[in-house]
Design a protein. Structure first.
Length: 167
């Protein structure tokens, strides 16, 4: 005759109280980490936009030297867009034009050429490597990236800024 087994004293599953406690701990940790991680995607979109603009500025300088012809990068802050165009065919449709490139919805752009900020800016690139001093700022939330050409023969330098949080 089979002998009945005594009930085991070791629980085989988690109790409801244990599951609720683990859920509360996970929720608290996510609540602490989420504000720090939410700025990550904002910074990534801003850096991608800055990389694309930087590549367009470099392309303008290289093409001006190679083609022995002036190029401009036109920046339109109201549309959050910019384009690379030959300076001598500025008003004509041309296959050499690159763009317009549109920035993501949360990224704003401002430009100043020769110390003057305008509603639309033209950054010039001459075949001899010269151009007016210029700066372009891309911003999103608390983060900003500035591309600055301090002197006519300088290349653009990048500066990243993050506004301190109020925490």
């Amino acid at each position: 005759m089979p002998v009945p087994h005594a009930p085991s004293r070791c629980p085989r599953a988690f109790t409801l109280l244990e599951l609720i406690l683990v859920g509360v701990i996970v929720a608290l940790m996510a609540g602490l980490a989420l504000p720090r991680l939410s700025g990550w995607s904002e910074r990534a979109r801003l850096q991608d936009a800055a990389n694309q603009l930087d590549a367009t500025l470099v392309q303008a300088a290289v093409r001006a030297r190679q083609d022995v012809r002036a190029y401009v990068v036109v920046i339109d802050p109201s549309r959050r867009a910019y384009a690379l165009r030959p300076a001598d065919q500025f008003d004509l449709p041309d296959a050499d034009w690159a763009g317009p490139f549109t920035l993501p919805d949360d990224v704003q752009i401002w430009a100043a050429v020769g110390g003057v900020t305008a509603t639309e800016a033209w950054i010039d690139f001459q075949p001899d490597g010269l151009g007016a001093p210029a700066s372009v700022v891309l911003a999103s939330g608390r983060h900003a990236v500035a591309l600055v050409r301090a002197a006519p023969a300088d290349a653009f330098e990048r500066f990243s800024v993050t506004e301190p949080s109020d925490e």
